[in-house]
Design a protein around this ligand. Structure first.
Ligand code: C5P
Length: 211
């Protein structure tokens, strides 16, 4: 049976970086499930279709190709906002969750990161991590990423957006963002990515021994 690692948490908590480090270290396949919501949202935006039409969004989600999802193409703020709006729709979620579960079955193992991996997509994952950081620290990271690209940004606006996105993800009826009961919490507010990786590795090594 494939060995799955589920990594959940809010935006900019460090789960993407951590997931890639883990996948590279163990030679596992990695899926950033946020990209599946972003790619569906981008397809709607590109075609000029409304963001509140569940049947249309679900049809696009069903036909999504998981190969070739590229964060650099999908990173725009407007795509993230649109993704979080269509992510409240049950039919969109069930189409994307089905594709994510197929991905999770691959040998020798997989790392999936998102909002509902440990709770809904892969409730039987061998290791579940919930990676978080304070809203202010996460907004600061986003702000610095934008400045590093040579662009300008307004910290207060980013901070507000982080809080609004958190509220939408945590309070929605369908698969709200929350730690699974058996998830290990990693708060990266004051923890380096190396320290988070070390903590994750010891949990994963332990689980691999008892596989
Ligand atoms: O992680 P990322 O910012 O790319 O995700 C974009 C949006 O997609 C999130 O705000 C969330 O609403 C949604 N999402 C989700 N479930 C996942 C991954 C992302 O609802 N597993």
């Amino acid at each position: 049976m494939s060995f799955t690692i589920a990594i959940d948490g809010p935006a900019a908590a460090g789960k993407g970086t951590l997931s890639r480090l883990i996948a590279d270290h163990y030679g596992f396949h990695h899926l950033d499930t946020g990209l599946t919501y972003r790619a569906t949202a981008r397809a709607l935006l590109e075609k000029g279709l409304p963001l509140d039409d569940e049947a249309t969004a679900a049809a696009l989600a069903e036909n999504l190709d998981l190969n070739g999802l590229d964060r650099s193409v999908l990173s725009a703020h407007a795509i993230g906002e649109a993704a979080s709006k269509i992510a409240v729709m049950g039919k969109v979620r069930s189409a994307l969750v089905a594709a994510q579960r197929r991905f999770a079955g691959q040998e020798p193992g997989t790392v999936l990161d998102g909002r509902d991996i440990g709770t809904v997509v892969c409730p039987d994952a061998a290791v579940k991590l919930y990676v978080t950081a304070s809203a202010e620290v996460r907004a600061r990271r986003r702000y610095e990423e934008i400045l590093a690209r040579g662009e300008t940004a307004d910290f207060d606006r980013i901070f507000e957006d982080v809080k609004i996105r958190d509220a939408r993800d945590m309070n929605r009826a369908e698969s709200p963002l929350k730690p699974a009961d058996d998830a290990h919490l990693l708060d990266t507010s004051e923890m380096s990515i190396e320290a988070a990786f070390d903590a994750a590795r010891s949990l994963i090594d332990q689980a691999l021994k008892t596989k």
